[in-house]
Ligand binder design. Structure first.
Ligand code: GLA
Length: 407
């Protein structure tokens, strides 16, 4: 859990921007709730010195240098993340390329870590990094080559002797499950610039959530809010709430990527909801499953009755204490009721015909909303359109009378 600069400011990330955002993490209580990694994405360096092999840091953007800024982050009691790419060249926006130093290998683009893994891992360790995101720009998409690239950085990071969480940013679901042997998390989809892109990530997650757990996580990209003036992407608050609900169920890494100095109190409550965070961080770390529905669409273009796509889904994950977290989501253009019926939904949770009562707690409303016999199903009314979501904690229990009969 933490903060990442990318969707907020793209490559125009500065030390001041990062410090302002750390101030919000600390003051709002988000840091105490677990958002502890402070991660700088693309834009902190200007390329590589061709004679020494060392990165050129961009001291105009980060006057303290990356080691100095890392010390500042650590002094705030937080963890520090840096970024590179496994390719010959780094990713590079048009604005960024103007301040970069060209090289023979990568032309106008800043050089990536390909072939420089030992050197760069040492740099990251010396800078005090606790986290490294390694992107896939300027690199081969061949699976074996990609795995080899990431294995080289994994080994180089391990050789530094510093504990550095390694987050590979490979953009494809084929990093599951092999990602577990390469890194601590692996990006399974392209950039989640907006809600439509997040639907793609959600649909990809549906096939692979089983390959996640302590030490290695599927990563469907960052949490985001509405676009700001320098933002690279954005979505509305309803979509942010739906995203947070599903990221808790998957479960997925929670990295907020928006300018927190501009975040509404609603968004701060969504990302700071401790009942939601507890579901994300649940000790059992079981995989969330899509119980009902197919691949989510926005519902305007896909009207074919034979299609396997849907505008509603029900997702669930069993928690360490035996309760279930459930997400009912509607991506379609009109509000709808969503029903977890007995044969196609309750039965998949193993709760059909066992005589249990389900106690329902609404995570977003922060209230207990009643109890139903499991054999009646769970019906959620009027879920709003375009990313409406209901997020429940569902606790099964036997009624006292039934317990007495069992003894
Ligand atoms: C890729 C990654 C993003 C971000 C940008 C930086 O697109 O997937 O998360 O790091 O590069 O250019």
């Amino acid at each position: 859990m933490g903060f990442n600069s990318w969707y907020a400011v793209g490559s125009e990330v500065t030390e001041k921007f990062m410090k302002d955002n750390v101030a919000v993490l600390l003051k709002s209580g988000l840091a105490n709730k677990g958002y502890r990694y402070v991660n700088v994405d693309e834009g902190w360096m200007k390329g590589r010195n061709e004679s020494t092999g060392m990165f050129y840091e961009d001291l105009e953007m980060f006057p303290s240098g990356m080691k100095g800024f890392g010390e500042w982050v650590h002094n705030k009691g937080l963890l520090y993340g840096l970024y590179t790419s496994r390719g010959i060249a780094q990713c590079c926006t048009a604005a960024y390329v103007k301040r970069c130093v060209p090289s023979k290998r990568s032309g106008i683009y800043p050089e990536g870590s390909n072939g420089f893994e030992e050197n760069d891992a040492q740099f990251f360790a010396n800078a005090g990094a606790d986290f490294l995101k390694e992107d896939s720009c300027g690199a081969s998409e061949d699976h074996a080559v990609a795995y080899g690239d990431y294995a080289r950085m994994r080994d180089a990071l391990n050789r530094t002797g510093r504990s550095i969480l390694f987050s590979l940013c490979g953009w494809h679901p084929w990093y599951a499950p092999v990602g577990l042997s390469l890194a601590n998390s692996w990006r399974i989809s392209g950039d989640g610039n907006d809600w439509r892109a997040h639907l793609d990530g959600i649909n990809k997650m549906a096939a692979i959530t089983r390959w996640t757990g302590p030490g290695g996580w599927n990563d469907p990209d960052f949490l985001m809010g509405p676009p700001g003036p320098k933002a690279v992407g954005g979505q509305n608050e309803l979509q942010s709430k739906a995203q947070m609900s599903l990221w808790c169920i998957f479960p997925a890494p929670l990295f907020i990527s928006m300018d927190l100095t501009q975040a509404s109190s609603n968004l701060m409550e969504i990302w700071g909801n401790q009942e939601a965070i507890a579901i994300n961080q649940d000790r059992a770390a079981r995989a969330g499953k899509r119980l009902v529905g197919g691949n989510l669409t926005l519902g305007r273009t896909d009207k074919s009755p034979t299609s396997t796509s849907s505008t509603t889904n029900i997702w669930a994950k069993q928690l360490d204490d035996g309760a279930w977290a459930m997400v009912f989501i509607n991506t379609g253009p009109v509000a709808v009721d969503i029903v977890c019926d007995v044969p196609t939904c309750i039965a998949k949770m193993g709760l059909a015909n066992v005589g249990v009562t389900l106690h329902l707690r609404d995570i977003w409303v922060r209230a207990d909303i009643g109890s139903v016999p499991a054999d009646s199903g769970i019906s959620v009314k009027n879920v709003s359109s375009n990313a409406g979501v209901v997020f429940l904690r569902v606790t099964p229990s036997f009624q006292e009378q039934e317990l007495l009969q069992l003894v």
